[in-house]
Design a protein around this ligand. Structure first.
Ligand SMILES: CC(=O)[C@@H](O)[C@H](O)COP(=O)(O)O
Length: 264
């Protein structure tokens, strides 16, 4: 069997073999969180700094007991922040809690009904965080112009939403995601709204470098099995993208053509 190769998936100077990034929220308990994440094969794991106990509360379960920083690359995120000031403060807190850790996922939300990114505040926060030495992976709208600005500022990954966080509606605007992929020189990951494995595969088939998701696994009837499905979907979508799909045709084309028959 031929060993198939791929270009490295690099975030902030580090290579990863899994292109699936997962969140930690919405699970029954930390045991289920740990088991699902292990099953997903993810190497980068994100958590909401403001909602997660990393040991500040000695009496509550500590995420780091199931998601060890020795095994996973932690990606603190600013979920729950609605302005640049709070997002910056949250990233600085994460850096303190995690001994100088600089890789963060910036998300500044517009309102709690849509959790849509507030791009004005996102741009402001990104500017401050980058000047402060953070490596910023940024959750944003699927607007190619905003994506271009965020890349030009120095963000290390652009993460347009597929659809609203937690909605499971999949990728609502594949054309915009493709535009962002085509123009970007840093990794592009669909973040938010993935509902099932085919959505994750679609993101990869569009040429995304990775996918970040949470609810689709945590709220599946069987989270471990869905974690496995997402792992396979991301790999399959990536291979399909690299293989290059056949052209779509307007008419049928026999699968066993006469021309070029092997056994006359
Ligand atoms: C975990 C996290 O960072 C979320 O804010 C993220 O956007 C995932 O969204 P879904 O839960 O829709 O996958």
């Amino acid at each position: 069997m031929t060993q198939l190769t791929d270009t490295p998936f690099t975030i902030a100077g580090r290579d990863f073999s899994s292109r699936l990034l997962v969140g930690t929220g919405k699970y029954k308990d930390f045991t289920e969180t740990g088991a699902a994440i292990a099953q997903s094969g993810a190497e980068i794991v994100t958590f909401a700094v403001r909602r997660t106990n990393l040991g500040q509360d000695a009496d509550a379960p500590n995420l780091l007991d199931v998601i060890s920083p020795k095994q996973y690359t932690l990606l603190p995120n600013t979920a729950g922040c609605y302005n640049a000031k709070d997002a910056v403060r949250t990233c600085r807190l994460a850096r303190e809690l995690l001994d100088g850790h600089n890789l963060v996922k910036l998300e500044v939300l517009g309102d709690d009904h849509t959790l849509y990114p507030n791009v004005v505040e996102t741009l402001k926060a990104a500017e401050t965080l980058l000047a402060d030495g953070f490596d910023v992976m940024v959750y944003t709208s699927d607007d190619p112009i905003v994506a271009r600005e965020l890349e030009a500022m120095g963000c290390c990954a652009i993460m347009p939403l597929g659809s609203l966080i937690g909605s499971g509606h999949g990728i609502q605007n594949p054309h915009n995601v493709r535009l962002i992929v085509e123009q970007s020189r840093v990794p592009v990951l669909v973040d938010a709204g993935i509902g099932t494995a085919s959505d994750a595969a679609m993101a990869m088939e569009l040429g995304c470098d990775g996918v970040l998701l949470n609810t689709a696994i945590a709220h599946a009837r069987d989270p471990l099995r869905m974690a496995n499905a997402m792992k396979l979907a991301v790999e399959a979508g990536r291979d399909a993208f690299l293989a290059g799909r056949m052209p779509r045709r307007q008419s049928a084309d026999p699968s066993s053509p006469f021309a070029g028959r092997i056994n006359g």
